[in-house]
Unconditional design. Sequence first.
Lengths: 117, 111
Amino acid sequence: AQKITQTQPGMFVQEKEAVTLDCTYDTSDQSYGLFWYKQPSSGEMIFLIYQGSYDEQNATEGRYSLNFQKARKSANLVISASQLGDSAMYFCAMRDDLNFGNEKLTFGTGTRLTIIP
Amino acid sequence: DSGVTQTPKHLITATGQRVTLRCSPRSGDLSVYWYQQSLDQGLQFLIQYYNGEERAKGNILERFSAQQFPDLHSELNLSSLELGDSALYFCASSLRGHEQYFGPGTRLTVT
């Protein structure tokens, strides 16, 4: 079974600083995908970034990058130059990429990020 | 805007009642997923449909059922509602092997 652990329930970061949100995962699968989603106070879930288990390079999307360390089973999200609009809940999620037809996401418990002006 | 639509946005109903939540996936996406987000259980996968067929089931109660129609929209039916069913229900859609895009959610309150 897949499991996602996010150990930081909440974080406070000064505006314009970089922030790292931790995510560790547990799986026996060889092929899997790792995702980060953002949930603002309005409630919607916004896809941020994806990393495949066989991708050799860390994924980047604008100010977001994923620090993927396969041996440590970690997939930390790094947000550079944080902005007030980054204040939200952030969820790490995993998908089994070999099991066609069962592509459910398993989510962590989330980290609430607050950016301080 | 993810391109996934869900209706209604909010729903308030009483215990024992039945409700239907509706989802329209992004254009071209064949897979639809339903998730439940509650304070005590977090985000949990309920069920997945692919091109009209059920593909995977998660922690979905027997009182809940879903279907995906030929036009690919999906409905989640919740019956004999209990207070504990109050939650945010998300629909997501994807192309196979790609990221899932979530709708805005339906907030269900059972009183």
